[in-house]
Ligand binder design. Structure first.
Ligand code: GLA
Length: 387
């Protein structure tokens, strides 16, 4: 097998002096539309990527969970007996320990083993490198024990919410588990059901990395979660059955506009209109209407820029520039915002020229060359079996 898996086997031998017994892969993702809707129990339409985290595992019989990150070139280990009580320390290994701890809490023994993690998902790019790490580690620690896929996604999210301390929604872990080759997945973040959305022919998806991650990101994320809660509280005063922004309609927004503070109102307007855009996007996908899909992406970006206020100068520049390049159907920021990537829908055959144009414009403006990734929708997490 070529690429990361083969390399990983060699590094594993060097590092631990033995061959790995199994190897697991969990993908990163790019979200096509439905941004900041998951923790409001709305809809999202991500695709799993061929960029992925690989975790190789073998038992070590020494009572320790040993982890080596090829990306960080750093080793960490914990006695198995301390997994349930060791605290987070603001380090990449928190994702590993968080997952191990959630497995223990769910009644699974964490085996004494060596783990090697190696990821091709760029970090800080908004392509969900952390969920890919969590899911591949969970599978490696489970080994041949089976876990319901939804339970696996929820367990990894709990690791991030409760141990890492990031109040994220379910999108990233869910798509890493349920991704489908050649298709996007529409997830209902309330029922936790999904439908496969085959992507029409004639288009390509290109991610453009702004190469920035503004510090504001994680505090603003928490602020948005809180502001959405305030909007729900305001609507509930008149409609007590409303439990999340998923339940808030455009009619509610018109009715309650005067009773809501301006900021929660704008946050609610983004979420409500974004959920409607998701439905329209899936419809447009089904009828292969590439132009409509592109327009919905742009409308999503404007709403994130002005109503949700999670964009930044670099992302706005990438979107505005993309829209002037021939063959671009639509573009928007993707992921949490304040940096990371834009997602661009490009008419087939135009991707290479698009990449050249956007790289040169961005370099001229910000002095940095943005990395670009041609996104091939890939399958969800699984063991990598070799012959
Ligand atoms: C981050 C979170 C996701 C989601 C997006 C915004 O990627 O991890 O759960 O909330 O931001 O859509």
């Amino acid at each position: 097998m070529a690429g990361p898996p083969r390399l990983l086997r060699e590094v594993f031998r060097e590092r631990f002096g033995m061959a790995p017994e199994c190897l697991f892969r969990a993908p990163g993702r790019i979200n096509l539309i439905g941004e900041h809707t998951d923790y409001n129990l709305g809809f999202v339409v991500p695709v799993a990527l061929d960029l992925a985290c690989y975790t190789a595992v073998s038992s070590n019989g020494c009572g320790q969970l040993r982890v080596f990150s090829a990306n960080q070139n750093e080793a960490v280990e914990w006695p198995i007996s301390s997994i349930a009580s060791a605290p987070p320390r603001g380090h990449w290994s928190d994702y590993v320990l968080g997952v191990a701890r959630e497995l223990v809490r769910a009644g699974y023994d964490v085996p004494s083993c060596n783990l090697l993690v190696s990821s091709t998902v760029p970090t800080g790019a908004g392509l969900s490198s952390s969920a890919a790490l969590e899911v591949s580690v969970a599978l490696a620690l489970l080994g041949d024990r089976k876990m319901d896929p939804l339970e696996l996604a929820l367990l990894c999210r709990r690791a991030e919410n409760e141990f890492v301390g990031m109040p994220c929604g379910i999108m990233d872990q869910y798509i890493s588990v349920f991704g489908r080759e050649g298709a996007a997945v529409k997830i209902d973040c309330r029922s936790l059901e999904h439908e496969i959305v085959p992507l029409p022919p004639g288009m390509e998806i290109v991610a453009v990395n702004s190469m920035v991650k503004h510090e504001l990101g994680s505090s603003a994320y928490r602020d948005r979660v809180r502001e959405c809660g305030e909007a729900v509280d305001a609507v509930r005063r008149r409609r007590p059955e409303v439990t999340s922004l998923r339940d808030v309609t455009s009619t509610d927004l018109r009715t309650f506009a005067s009773e809501m503070a301006p900021v929660p109102f704008r946050r609610a307007r983004h979420v409500t209109t974004e959920n409607a855009r998701v439905e329209a996007f899936v419809e447009a996908c089904r009828r292969c209407d590439l132009a409509a899909m592109g327009e919905l992406l742009v409308a999503s970006h404007r709403s994130l820029q002005h109503d949700y206020e999670v964009s930044c100068e670099e992302l706005d520049f990438l979107v505005d520039t993309a829209l002037s390049v021939p063959g671009v159907l639509g573009a928007r920021m993707t992921g949490g915002g304040f940096g990371g990537c834009t997602v661009n829908l490009i008419a087939a055959g135009h991707a290479a020229a698009f990449v050249r144009a956007i790289q040169s414009a961005y370099r001229e403006r910000f002095g940095v060359t943005p990395e670009c990734y041609l996104c091939r929708p890939a399958a969800g997490a699984a063991e990598v079996r070799t012959v």
